[in-house]
Write a new protein. Structure first.
Length: 419
């Protein structure tokens, strides 16, 4: 067994917080109970590259309950919760390689340490582990049954690999399950991003102009929660249909060059690079706050900000770097431009991660059973798994729903009845 963590002495604090999250994860609890009895993952080695949080800990323990041997590393250098890593190592016997604030070199060393487990299954959030395997450790690929991918950015990378015929084993796109992106991306990113901005800055949002760049599921969540806090929300989009939806949701929509002049807080959630550039920064108001909630730290052009501030930078409070421009205006970058909800807060609440990670656990089981018949491509989450997660979540929340009558079912299958 190996590990590389900040301090094993933090385990007790981690355990309390992992148990606290478990109380909000009824679906994972039900799966864990079944896994514990049936051991569907006996003898299976899983290498996971995920944000090391209390919710992830519950997923890792569920896989281990199913009989899997598990190793975990971070999917972002700033998102690790060191007490959680300590508890997993000291109390759950799981190998963890992750330290909050690790540099890029260490980040990749940790991915490689995880891959030394010789996994049958990979579990990624952003596709960095798959990328390392395909670029540097191809000799291991024959042993791999399949993988899962958690996030939009990772799925985009994997689809690019598949269309280049570079992908060498099947991956299930957990992100595309309805019970994942309709909840985690929207309600999770919405709440945790606002939470992070508030924790990092303690600024009032009411009456402020919040500019949300990107109106995908994550952008929708951020825009709606910012509005709920009393902010004037401006949406910036490139897709005409998404922009139209934002307009009809009652948001102001305009190009970023225009929004740059009026925004108090800017949030990027596009999944693309170079969204906020120097031409935008040059127009921003004194005191503007810049935050990114997309997977990689490429959405805000940090090099451009550094060039504009020419070394006039200070960490004015935790997670806030104040950049002073030549004319004295100050632009505040949160969490070094890394995904702010995990860098400056605790990521999505457990109640939504419950569904995302239930999909992960069930898809690992599905891959173990079905990998023999799969090709090296990106697969959707099987519909029966997606629907099962919704059913289990409703049950866990104590919510009952109606069922169709026989006549209604027949009607939906027929075409004769009409006007
Ligand atoms: N991604 C976003 N929030 C998360 C969380 N709480 N745990 C793991 N991954 C996440």
């Amino acid at each position: 067994m190996g590990h590389d963590i900040r301090d094993g002495g933090l385990a007790e604090s981690g355990r309390g917080r992992i148990d606290w999250a478990a109380g909000e994860m009824p679906v994972i609890a039900q799966i864990r109970e079944r896994f514990d009895k049936e051991k569907p993952l006996q003898g299976v080695r899983v290498a996971a590259c995920l944000h090391v949080t209390t919710e992830t800990a519950n997923l890792m323990e569920t896989l281990a309950a199913g009989g899997a041997e598990v190793a975990l590393c971070a999917s972002n250098p700033l998102s690790t919760q060191d007490d959680v890593a300590a508890s997993l190592v000291e109390q759950s016997g799981i190998d963890v390689y992750a330290i909050k604030g690790e540099d890029t070199d260490m980040f990749f060393k940790h991915i490689n340490a995880c891959l030394d487990l010789k996994p049958h299954i990979t579990m990624d959030d952003g596709a960095d582990m798959v990328s390392v395997l395909h670029k540097q450790r191809v000799d291991q690929i024959d042993e791999i049954m399949g993988g899962t991918e958690e996030t939009t950015t990772g799925v985009i990378r994997l689809r690019a690999m598949a269309s280049d015929r570079a992908l060498r084993y099947p991956i299930v796109s957990v992100n595309d399950a309805n019970t994942k992106h309709l909840f985690d991306n929207r309600f999770g990113t919405g709440q945790s991003t606002i939470d992070a901005i508030m924790r990092a800055t303690n600024r009032l949002l009411a009456g402020r102009a919040v500019v949300v760049c990107g109106y995908g599921m994550c952008g929708r969540g951020v825009a709606s929660r910012a509005r709920g806090m009393g902010a004037h929300v401006i949406v910036v989009e490139v897709d005409p249909t998404a922009a139209l939806e934002a307009v009809m949701e009652g948001f102001r929509v305009m190009p970023l060059l225009e929004a740059a002049r009026v925004g108090d807080v800017f949030v990027t959630v596009t999944g693309d690079k170079g969204v906020i550039r120097s031409e935008h920064m040059e127009r921003m108001k004194d005191g503007a706050i810049l935050a990114n909630s997309g997977h990689f730290d490429v959405e805000i052009d940090k090099a451009a900000l550094a060039a504009l501030s020419e070394g006039r930078v200070r960490r004015i409070r935790e997670f806030v770097d104040e950049h002073t421009l030549a004319d004295g205006r100050r632009l505040n970058l949160l969490g070094e431009g890394r995904l702010v909800n995990l860098a400056a807060a605790e990521g999505h609440p457990a109640a939504v991660m419950d569904m995302s990670f239930a999909n992960q656990a069930l898809c690992v089981e599905w891959l173990v059973k079905n990998h023999g018949g799969l090709e090296a491509k990106v697969y959707p989450v099987p519909t029966d798994i997606d629907e099962e997660v919704a059913r289990l979540k409703l049950r866990g929340m104590g919510v009952d729903i109606d069922t169709l009558t026989t006549e209604q079912e027949t009607y939906l299958r027929s075409w004769e009845e009409g006007t």
